[in-house]
Design a protein around this ligand. Sequence first.
Ligand code: ATP
Length: 357
Amino acid sequence: MTSASTNDIEFRSVAKRYGSVTAVSDINLAVPQGAFVALLGPSGCGKTTCLRMIGGFEQPSEGMVYIGGQPMNGVPAYRRPVNMVFQQYALFPHLDVEQNVAYGLKQMRPRAATAEIVRRTQEALEMVRLGGFGKRRIHEMSGGQQQRVALARAIVNKPKVLLLDEPLAALDKKLRTAMQIELQSLQRELGITFLLVTHDQEEALSMSDLVCVMSTGHVVQMGPPQEIYDRPASLFVADFVGKTNRIAATIEPGAGSVRLANGVGLSKPARANGTGGAAMVAVRPEAISLVRNGTATLQGTVTHRIFLGSTVEYSVEVEGLGDFLVTADRRNESELAEPGERIGLNFDPNAMHVFPA
Ligand code: ATP
């Protein structure tokens, strides 16, 4: 059976076990053709295992993997229309840049004409902005340049899908940010599907069209970055993607309200899951406003203030509920508070989420 959709990659009820260890289970995933998708999750959640099953380095224990609508179970890695870029680049140190990039083309059977190999190698090097570097040895290239060589090598034979396993992890922060922008442009230019594994939520949110959040071998939410951030499907997603304040509460059945652990009642926020019982209210630090004079839902004491340039982060202790993290715009005078100051907290009801505890 083939997949009739325009999905480039599809997982249907996929599980992978290593002896008694279940790396992933019941994974259903559809990656649209030409999308930039990030697999995001904490260490050990199964991201790399998923990538390796697409690349053909592992076979699923259960379920089916499709690429371009074709079932891939049992198809060896070299017969799949995908390439992979590894965290450690895996370049050949004894070959120069050009030879590294051309390597895959030279292995293909039937072998392309030499002029064609040269042309495509140069084209791939130009695409990663390494036009004049073909004759350099690998050890003469910086970390960022080696990363580009690895990319050029992976795109030279025009795969349908490019798999990237934490490709920027070895770079320093500044270079990483620059490469994030370049990877995004490269993907747009090539128009091929990119699947990126990362445990860095900022990287996932800033680069991809779709974020697939994983936890303990499962996909827990997949959607555009803004949707993941604004409408997390669970407390896990709210915590893992961005910062979140959690407030213990009770949903009062039928009453349309939520009672916080300190007794304060709130009218039930728009995004309330669960109908009654113990709950957890999740609210982003930027969805809380500080009130110096006037009525507020909660009162607290500012314990810490951290300047972060354009924003200020406050820690506010509320009796009976603990510490709240609040992010304020530095230009907003009314929100600037001093440590030790008593202050009110108000919540944006549209930005609050209630999850059953
Ligand atoms: P990281 O971000 O640390 O690379 P990950 O999300 O990519 O983590 P995986 O490498 O896919 O996670 O591993 C998922 C689970 O499967 C882990 O518990 C891991 O220990 C286990 N696992 C992975 N490969 C093997 C293997 N070859 N043999 C046994 N267990 C494995």
